[in-house]
Write a protein of this length. Structure first.
Length: 364
């Protein structure tokens, strides 16, 4: 660290996760818990939707409002016209975030800011850390030429932070692939290993009673989250198969059961963790947080990328058939309601504890 900003004097930490589904705040949860466990005061500034989730998941920390851009994908996936129209608004958000952050700093006086993919959540007088697994953006074919210029632009923004924490391994074991390792890492980058809210002791396998039905876990931006939910319900109703579906919606507190399908809203982490462990047939989006979760639990799954979300399409392709997390991608599943699903075998086994505590011990 440079200047007067010292790691050892950290006492108040301000977390600022991006609201793009639950992925960012969910992967931040082990960091939030570790700082809190070590006696630091933790404040999470996020959108109302994420605050609602955190209040039910881990109410031991303070929260504050920090709105963000509304991110959505059209029903047909990526739209170049929509992308170009929304680009100025997206590029303006870091400036808006800086103004909001000034008020949060004045109110809470943090000594450390941890921003998960919010480029404007930094301050020159407070040690600021940026968390990301996306040092380059996979672009649609028509915009492929923009990948390297966009990488340079992201690196320019990230280098304004004091450090960059990357939840991934070195290239030979990477879970993010090109998203992290295609180009040279930022100078102040740390590879801290994957992050997952599902870490911790896993029961012995003989003590788990496996279920034969399919487990679906969906989240992410609308309307694609709802479209996948509807598609799964139609498919399993037509085929008269049983499905347990976690929708990731905070407003659904009771389970709804009909025609062999159980629809669940938000449930605590320990319940979802057990559900993943006792199911051998799992369907999920191919978001990076999901991949880290499955790696942590040693589970295989059928990945369905969000249409138009090129990062998820890349990650599904990148991980298919790999030993560290065996997955199977299904692009045709978007519209096919009658075809049989083929699930990958379960053979990975539980992983060792996450390594972020060792990598960040000078902060904790």
């Amino acid at each position: 660290m440079n200047g007067s900003k010292k790691q050892k004097t950290v006492s108040t930490i301000l977390f600022c996760p991006l609201d793009w589904g639950l992925g960012h705040i969910a992967r931040d949860l082990p960091l939030i818990k570790e700082f809190h466990k070590n006696g630091h005061k933790v404040i999470v500034a996020a959108s109302p939707n994420l605050i609602k989730w955190l209040n039910t998941e881990y109410p031991d920390v303070e929260v504050d409002n920090f709105p963000g851009p509304k991110i959505s994908y059209g029903k047909s996936g990526f739209s170049l016209l929509k992308f170009m129209v929304s680009l100025p608004k997206l590029l303006s958000w870091p400036f808006r975030e800086k103004r909001i952050l000034q008020k949060l700093i004045k109110k809470h006086r943090p000594s450390l800011i941890i921003s998960d993919n919010r480029y404007g959540a930094r301050n020159s007088k407070v040690f600021s850390v940026f968390i990301t697994h996306q040092l380059m953006i996979k672009m649609p074919a028509i915009l492929k030429w923009m990948e390297y210029p966009m990488h340079l632009f992201l690196k320019f923004l990230i280098n304004k932070f004091d450090e960059c924490w990357i939840p991934d391994f070195p290239p030979e074991r990477s879970l993010a692939g090109d998203l992290v390792h295609k180009y040279k890492l930022p100078e102040k980058a740390r590879l801290i290993g994957p992050l997952s809210r599902f870490e911790g002791k896993i029961p012995e396998m003989p003590s788990l009673k496996y279920k034969e039905d399919v487990l679906g876990i969906i989240s992410g931006p609308e309307p694609q989250r709802t479209l996948l939910e509807q598609l799964l319900i139609r498919k399993f109703t037509i085929q008269k198969e049983t499905l347990t579906l976690y929708t990731g919606k905070n407003d659904l507190n009771k389970s709804v059961k009909a025609n062999g399908i159980s629809i669940q809203g938000h449930r605590p982490t320990h319940i979802i963790k057990k559900e993943i462990l006792i199911h051998n047939k799992i369907i999920s989006r191919s978001g990076y947080s999901t991949i880290m979760d499955m790696y942590c639990l040693g589970k295989s799954c059928l990945l369905i990328p969000t249409p138009g979300q090129t990062e998820q399409e890349y990650l599904a392709s990148y991980h298919e058939g790999k030993d560290h997390i065996f997955v199977k991608q299904s692009f045709l599943f978007r519209t096919d309601e009658t075809g049989q699903l083929t699930f990958p075998p379960q053979h990975c086994g539980a992983r060792p504890d996450l390594i972020f505590r060792e990598k960040l011990k000078d902060f904790f």
